[in-house]
Design a protein around this ligand. Structure first.
Ligand code: AMP
Ligand code: ZN
Ligand code: FE
Ligand code: FE
Length: 287
């Protein structure tokens, strides 16, 4: 039997993906995946619908991508932690995620106010409606800019003239050490998402990753479309040095990005380590 295809980072309409959780798991099966993780930004809202729609032969890993910030430099650096198989009812973690989702709405509305002050005719209520209750983010504002005919693509909307710089505002994220602590407290397994993605903006120094490893970080995402081959190799070497597991994933967002499900994958050995380290919820294989 060939090695299973494992993609541990995808988004649905529960955040800024464009497939519903049910469509996402069906697309994962159609793409030939054996294991898929649903990792919407700062929410577990897509979990149940994904479980209900799980096609035969596919294993679902329930997770989330947590919006974090490192306060070791000024201004603080935003970063993402993937959290796998944590208990979705851990009170402090639940409260922190709700706070971040609200902060995203406050920040999104302020970005739209800045754009409107410059004569850009997009509407916050319309963007919230289009997000359909999912965790709102800049891709939703990007979609409104596209609908208004102001930019052609999401990539263009994330350029320096738009959401990448001129109209970029920080959001009130979770302190990264607090996030590691909360994920572990909820029985979950924290993995640093795209840690060397310089093309997205500032990155954190390796010294922080050393500290995070000591604080309970379990792994690093190496193979990701925002890493060059050299960046992925650097992440792999750092993980080996620190005894961290290494993942690869598509970070699939439907039509908000061009990457396909399974574009990068995780080795079965690393996946098994995540499953073995988790105690919050289990992976679910359908019938
Ligand atoms: P936010 O969480 O609101 O700050 O928005 C960040 C989201 O936008 C992440 O999920 C990224 O996947 C997506 N994103 C960031 N940079 C880009 C880009 N250059 N092109 C398309 N999507 C991007
Ligand atoms: Zn996203
Ligand atoms: Fe991310
Ligand atoms: Fe992501």
């Amino acid at each position: 039997m060939s090695r299973p295809a494992i993609d541990l980072h995808t988004h649905s309409t529960a955040s800024d993906g464009t497939l519903s959780p049910a469509e996402l798991v069906r697309a994962a099966a159609d793409a030939g995946l054996d294991v898929v993780a649903i990792t919407d930004h700062d929410t577990t809202a897509g979990w149940d619908a994904a479980v209900r729609a799980l096609p035969p032969g596919l294993t679902l890993i329930r997770g989330a991508e947590i919006s974090c910030r490192w306060h070791g430099v000024e201004p603080a650096v935003p970063l993402h932690l993937l959290a796998y198989l944590f208990a979705p009812d851990h009170p402090e973690f639940v409260a922190e995620l709700a706070r971040v989702r609200l902060a995203r709405e406050v920040r999104g509305e302020r970005i739209v106010e800045l754009l409107r002050a410059d004569g850009v005719d997009i509407s916050w209520p319309e963007i919230m409606a289009a997000a359909g209750g999912g965790t709102v983010g800049r891709p939703h504002i990007a979609a409104a800019l596209i609908r208004a005919g102001l930019v052609a693509t999401t990539t263009e909307a994330f350029g320096a003239d738009w959401l990448g710089e001129r109209y970029r505002l920080p959001k009130e994220d979770v302190d990264v050490f607090r996030a590691v602590e909360l994920i572990r407290a909820a029985g979950g397994v924290p993995v640093f998402a795209h840690p060397r993605a310089t093309r997205r903006g500032r990155i954190v120094p390796d010294e922080l990753i050393v500290e995070l490893a000591a604080a309970g970080l379990a792994g690093l995402e190496a193979d990701h479309e925002d890493h060059s081959p050299a960046e992925a190799a650097h992440v792999r070497a750092l993980a080996a040095e620190l005894g961290l597991l290494v993942t690869g994933s598509s970070d699939f967002h439907g039509t908000h990005k061009t990457v396909r499900l399974g574009a990068h994958t995780t080795a079965p050995e690393a996946y098994e380590r995540i499953v073995a380290a988790a105690s919050g919820v289990t992976g679910i294989a359908s019938g």
